[in-house]
Write a protein that binds this ligand. Structure first.
Ligand code: G3P
Length: 218
């Protein structure tokens, strides 16, 4: 399962890239707005740090302008993945850009029916938002289970499931259990994956006992 980082914060991406676990990056207009930086510059900088897919989202809502924006974004770097919303126009743009050989991430997916359409439109990735479904009292991971089952039944569907709107470690663990292709995780949730109180407690005890021996390895 691939790990993408869900942020446009270049400092955090650099820091996490050092762990060797970053397979790609996803951004969206809200994440870019938070940085206060120029969109194209941020995407170019992220692409210089991470060689895997870097999602950059179009801002238009009509297919012709989405396609033009997508082509411009793709010109920034080979690994730019054009992100389009799951709308009729978004899926038209997805088909055109995918046919041109550009990776496309269809975002804002909230149902299995939408995920089927994304696959039919030739999306490289479909992004179901699990956290936002949980927020309204639905079960985000149930949607992932459904999409996994549907895609597995249709070998013609080449779209990868990219679990998005991840809020906590259990979203990641459950995604791994279901065999999804990619999880995009905000930096704060990636840090949470490392944590366990028994690890901290155990390490404290080991260090204390080691200090008592008066020895040094180096
Ligand atoms: O990149 C899209 C996505 O992961 C959004 O997450 O937390 O704003 O629902 P969130």
């Amino acid at each position: 399962m691939k790990f993408f980082v869900d942020t446009a914060d270049v400092g955090k991406i650099k820091d996490l890239a050092e762990t060797g676990m970053v397979d790609g990056v996803t951004t969206n207009p809200s994440l870019v707005a938070k940085t206060g930086r120029d969109f194209s510059e941020v995407i170019a900088e992220i692409c210089s740090i991470v060689s895997g897919p870097v999602s950059a989202e179009v801002a238009a809502t009509d297919a012709p302008t989405m396609i033009a924006e997508g082509r411009k974004l793709h010109n920034i770097a080979e690994n730019v993945t054009v992100k389009v919303p799951l709308t009729v126009d978004g899926l038209k743009a997805c088909r055109t850009l995918s046919d041109e050989g550009t990776m496309v991430n269809v975002t804002l997916c909230f149902s299995s029916a939408q995920a089927i359409l994304a696959a039919k439109a030739g999306a490289t990735f479909v992004s179901p938002f699990v956290g936002r479904l949980d927020d309204i009292g639905s079960n985000g991971m149930e949607l992932i289970r459904d999409i996994c089952e549907i895609y597995a039944n249709h070998t013609a569907f080449k779209t990868e499931i990219l679990v998005a709107s991840v809020r906590h470690p259990m979203h990641v663990v459950e995604s791994a259990r279901l065999g999804v292709d990619v999880v995009t995780i905000p930096p704060s949730a990636i840090r949470q994956l490392y944590n366990h109180p028994l690890t901290d407690k155990g390490l404290d005890a080991f260090l204390k006992d080691w200090a008592g021996t008066g020895q040094s390895i180096l």
